[in-house]
Design a protein around this ligand. Structure first.
Ligand code: NDP
Length: 249
């Protein structure tokens, strides 16, 4: 089945790089109108917008700190003002601030929880009413294999990503009867800026545990997101889809 998002409107947080960029690209390629946010990479955001528009897509870009509740509301309001509806929300923005527990600061904890988890609350809350009124919509939240398995040095990150799973299952139960699905994609090791900082040793160790024997490409994650946001997944909600080459089984 070819996934067609013509006349659908999509909002992706953290769309300038890595997985978010691949998601933006895939939705635009499938005919959607795509809005995306970013934190600070204005030049990359402008370049992405120009590239997608040159390929005939309708695109909106917003500089917006995903940790800000007010800013999330403004972004969703702007998308609704421009396009009249919001069909798909993808909560992708995320950061790491790694460190073993003894060295982890309160600031490291707050930054990761606010950017990775509070952001999901912020955007889901802003999208809740319009999707409920439409009686349709799909929310896809990006968690991580680390939220399922844990990882030393990532207590803050693991807590944020496990929190996304509990949040999503609860929201799926709230919104099911309104025709809105809420699902999670849990990627394993994806080759992006986020993982570029890993030591060669850590990378080798992680890859050694992946049955498929390679890191994910950002596109591998994007394909799963498009599926969960499409009518092909209309009867799937509250699900955690692992896109990790078999790492977490
Ligand atoms: P990158 O670091 O490559 O990109 C992160 C994106 O998020 C950028 O667009 C960045 O914007 C944006 N962003 C960061 N902080 C904020 C913020 N406060 N407000 C708005 N946007 C923000 O990350 P990845 O593509 O690797 O990761 C994307 C998601 O996938 C994250 O949630 C991550 O936790 C998750 N994930 C990644 C894995 C991996 O192996 N890479 C594995 C499992 C999950 P800007 O360019 O302006 O900085």
């Amino acid at each position: 089945m070819k996934l067609d998002f013509t006349d659908r409107t999509v909002l992706v947080t953290g769309g300038t790089r890595g997985i978010g960029r691949a998601i933006v690209d895939a939705f635009a390629g499938a005919g959607a109108r795509v809005a995306f946010t970013y934190r600070s990479a204005t030049a990359e955001a402008e370049a992405l917008r120009a590239d997608l528009e040159a390929r005939g897509a309708e695109v909106l870009a917003f500089q917006s700190d995903a940790a800000s509740t007010a800013s999330a509301q403004e972004v969703v309001d702007a998308v609704l003002a421009a396009w009249g509806r919001l069909d798909v929300l993808v909560n992708n923005a995320g950061i790491t601030r790694d460190g073993l527990m003894l060295r982890l600061t309160e600031e490291d904890w707050d930054a990761v929880i606010n950017t990775n988890l509070k952001s999901v609350f912020n955007f889901a809350r802003a999208a809740y009413r319009p999707m409920m009124k439409q009686r349709s919509g799909a929310i896809v939240n990006i968690s991580s294999v680390v939220g399922v398995m844990g990882n030393p040095g990532q207590t803050n990150y693991a807590a944020s990503k496990a929190g996304i799973i509990g949040f999503s299952k609860s929201l799926a139960k709230e919104l099911g009867r309104r025709g809105v699905t809420v699902n999670v994609v849990a990627p394993g090791y994806v080759a992006t800026d986020m993982t570029a900082e890993l030591s060669e040793q850590a990378r080798e160790a992680m890859l050694g545990a992946v049955p498929l024997g390679r890191p994910a490409r950002p596109e591998d994650v994007a394909h799963a997101v498009l599926f969960l946001a499409s009518p092909a997944a209309a009867y799937i909600t509250g699900h955690v889809l692992h896109v990790d080459g078999g790492l977490a089984m």
